[in-house]
Design a binder for this molecule. Structure first.
Ligand code: XIL
Length: 357
């Protein structure tokens, strides 16, 4: 495909000062970065990324994953849209393949996700299922699925994204309508604990740094569920970062989260320079890149400042830019991850390394 004007302007060969005035029209992809040393050796905690079955026979993905990662999260294969069929039938084969790849290659596995507001309603239909059948199938699914991998998982996202988009309360969903708002979450954690007592059980959520109200609601929810007896063992902050948030907001959330004393998982980190629904940004790429690197560095510093027992893992949602759901789904073309397509260091990689100090 003929390189566009943006690509030409961004090409390293052409990135001479005279062109910097056109920087605004340059491609958002940074000039090729330096060799990236293995992140699993640099970070003082497990470094994770995602994996999917179609990546398991890609030599370059395997090489980069085994070079950098000490943990793997199945990106899709453990979600109900893949595991649960009509009449409460199960298909865990794709999940087995990703877990098996990780186990065979010495990677920890973080399970994602057991109960999620956005999936399962076609089968768990709260409008038609009798409550006792709904509850019995809920318990059976969790105990069967989590129990299948007993002793093999470092942890699970037992409940994903329970808080309302704006942080004003919790999401109403088929789970809450059938089993109660706190009830479905307490029940899920209890079932998961019984199925795999050694796995660290997480409540996982996004926009906790980006929207302080949502972060506060989430932490209050964790405290309330713990008081109700839910065996929550960890906090998952997805960290799909909005790089435009004020400096310090990330640090404040991480400090507040740490005060609960639980292990924390940066579970789905990415940091696109443009976000859906935003007006076109006319700042230079260099300005946006500086903002991106500053926010990623702030998150890494806040996480690395945690006591070791609270640093569960630092996971990016995809390993290389080309592995990002945002790039796959056309929502980003501007290096939303730490490594470029060739596995070389993006500017944000340097910020993480600097944060480790
Ligand atoms: C995303 C996957 O990466 C995409 O491939 C899929 O199309 C949609 O789901 N928060 C989550 C993840 O907890 O499960 C989502 O993963 C991204 C947002």
């Amino acid at each position: 495909m003929k390189p566009s004007r943006r690509d030409l302007l961004a090409a390293p060969l052409l990135a001479v000062p005279a062109l910097s005035a056109c920087d605004r029209f340059a491609s958002a992809a940074p000039a090729q970065g330096p060799e990236a040393l293995p992140l699993k050796d640099i970070l003082p905690c497990p470094f994770g990324a995602t994996g999917m079955t179609w990546q398991l026979d890609q030599a370059d993905w395997i090489a980069q994953t085994l070079k950098h990662c000490s943990q793997l999260t199945p990106e899709w294969e453990q979600k109900m849209e893949r595991t649960l069929g009509p009449g409460f039938t199960y298909d865990f084969e794709p999940s087995d393949r990703v877990v098996g790849f990780a186990r065979d290659n010495g990677l920890r596995v973080h399970g994602h996700t057991v109960i999620w507001y956005s999936q399962g309603a076609e089968v768990f239909d709260d409008a038609t299922l009798p409550r006792d059948r709904f509850a019995a199938e809920y318990d059976r699914y969790i105990s069967t699925f989590v129990g299948r991998y007993k002793g093999q998982m470092a942890g699970w996202d037992v409940v994903n994204e329970p808080v309302a988009e704006d942080g004003e309360g919790l999401r109403d969903c088929h789970w809450s309508r059938a089993l109660g708002m706190d009830g479905y979450m307490v029940r899920a954690f209890e079932q998961a604990k019984a199925a795999d007592p050694d796995a660290v059980l997480f409540l996982n959520e996004y926009n906790l740094e980006n929207i302080p109200k949502k972060g506060a609601t989430f932490l209050k929810l964790v405290e309330r569920l713990l008081k109700l007896g839910a065996p929550i063992g960890g906090i998952g902050t997805q960290s799909h970062l909005d790089i435009e948030i004020p400096a310090g907001q990330i640090t404040t959330f991480m400090r507040d989260a740490a005060s609960l004393g639980l292990p924390i998982h940066v579970s789905e980190l990415d940091f696109p320079m443009q976000r859906e629904g935003r007006m076109p940004d006319l700042r230079s790429v260099a300005d946006k890149r500086a903002q991106q690197v500053a926010r990623v560095g702030e998150l890494a510093e806040a996480f690395m400042a945690l006591p070791e027992r609270q640093r569960y893992a630092f996971t990016t949602w995809g390993l290389r830019d080309i592995d990002s759901w945002l790039v796959r789904e056309g929502k980003s073309s501007d290096s939303p991850l730490l490594l470029d397509a060739e596995g070389r260091a993006n500017p944000a990689y340097q910020a993480v390394v600097a944060a480790v100090g």
